[in-house]
Design a protein around this ligand. Structure first.
Ligand SMILES: [Zn+2]
Length: 73
C-alpha cells in the first residue's frame, strides 16, 4: 500500500505498519511504501492516523460489499 504520492524519480521508503481492522480487531501486517521526502512529516503522520482509523481487513471489506449488494432492490 502506498501512503501519499511517490513521484517517478523519487526515493521510496518501505516500512511495516501493524494495522488493526476497525471492524473485527484482527491485526494485519501491512507492507507500506512512501516517498523519502514524505516519510515522517506531519502530513504523513496524519495520513497514517486516518488510514488506521478506517482500515478494514480483506474479509470485512468483502462482507461490507456483500451487504451492500444485498440491499440493492
Ligand atoms: Zn476485519
Amino acid at each position: 500500500m502506498i501512503i501519499g504520492k511517490i513521484k517517478k524519480n523519487e526515493k521510496k521508503i518501505e516500512f511495516e505498519l501493524h494495522i488493526t481492522c476497525v471492524s473485527c480487531k484482527r491485526k494485519v501486517p501491512g507492507g507500506m511504501k512512501t516517498s523519502e521526502k514524505y516519510y515522517g512529516t506531519d502530513l504523513f503522520c496524519e495520513e497514517i492516523k486516518k488510514f488506521r482509523e478506517n482500515y478494514l481487513c480483506g474479509r470485512c471489506r468483502d462482507e461490507k460489499r456483500i451487504l451492500k449488494n444485498r440491499m440493492k432492490p
